[in-house]
Ligand binder design. Sequence first.
Ligand code: 13P
Ligand code: SF4
Length: 303
Amino acid sequence: MAFSELRKKIRALLKEKNGILLAHYYQRDEVQEIADFTGDSLALSFEAAKTKADVIVFAGVHFMAESASILSPDKTVLLPRFEAGCALADTITVEALEAEKKKYPAAAVVTYINSSAAIKAASDICCTSANAVRIVESLTDAKRILMIPDGNLARYTAKFTGKEIIPWGGTCPVHQNLSPDEVLAAKARHPGAKFAAHPECREAVLELADFVGSTSGIIAYAGKMEGSELIFGTEMGILYQLQTRYPGKTFIPASEKMICETMKLTTLEDILRALTVMAPAVKVPEAIRNPAKRCLDRMLEVG
Ligand code: 13P
Ligand code: SF4
């Protein structure tokens, strides 16, 4: 089916069912193009919490749809490709977290939103890459923090807080695989360009960056930076936003291998099918939803 026809059918079904299509910046270009709302993990959580729609179609990965279901339990949350998971979220289990908590009983647990609902339920507060420092700083009584599951984000956050942060060893393969040599080679090809990186990248890459931030942070930086060339160290999907918003600037991927395969699973055909049959839906059981919601609500209060 042609793009225009798919878009027409999806928009008609969204209208009929009072639905909203949310898409992460790592989604395919055509999915971002027709979405009602595109954003980073933090902005998508706020949107899922406040929407008046009855149906949320989440073009993203499983933990994002779970978070939407936790925050808006009365709504139907559709994840068009149910198998779209997150390799980073899969680096920790509840059993492993409980064992870690026993090792550091007085530590507060700060959990990156890229985690399962069950992990959130066993944590004190969530964070995203956009607010990690703010969240850690908000824990005025905690001196020691277990920060899970992304070790790179934890180490990066530790530089900006006076607290002791114990990182979990998980990483996102898409960001972890970006090497300093690849960045240096891109810089050599584009000597005048700035370099912006996502905090899921390894430390040696972040040290080369003019700016470190979440996807929305990188997009904002691209708008206000000096000069017109930006090398970006994050998933390729961000290019759609960068080129659409700033057509006069040049954007260079630090590595064209930075593609999250699970983020790219969702096609317009999948979205149309999901809206037609109202499946697959993500629903978090109440016993997990309640403590997981406390964890997410605490984050949203800090902002
Ligand atoms: P955000 O910038 O949305 O935090 O992106 C990180 C990410 O990897 C989402 O899966
Ligand atoms: Fe997970 Fe990395 Fe993909 Fe984001 S980019 S969904 S952290 S695997």
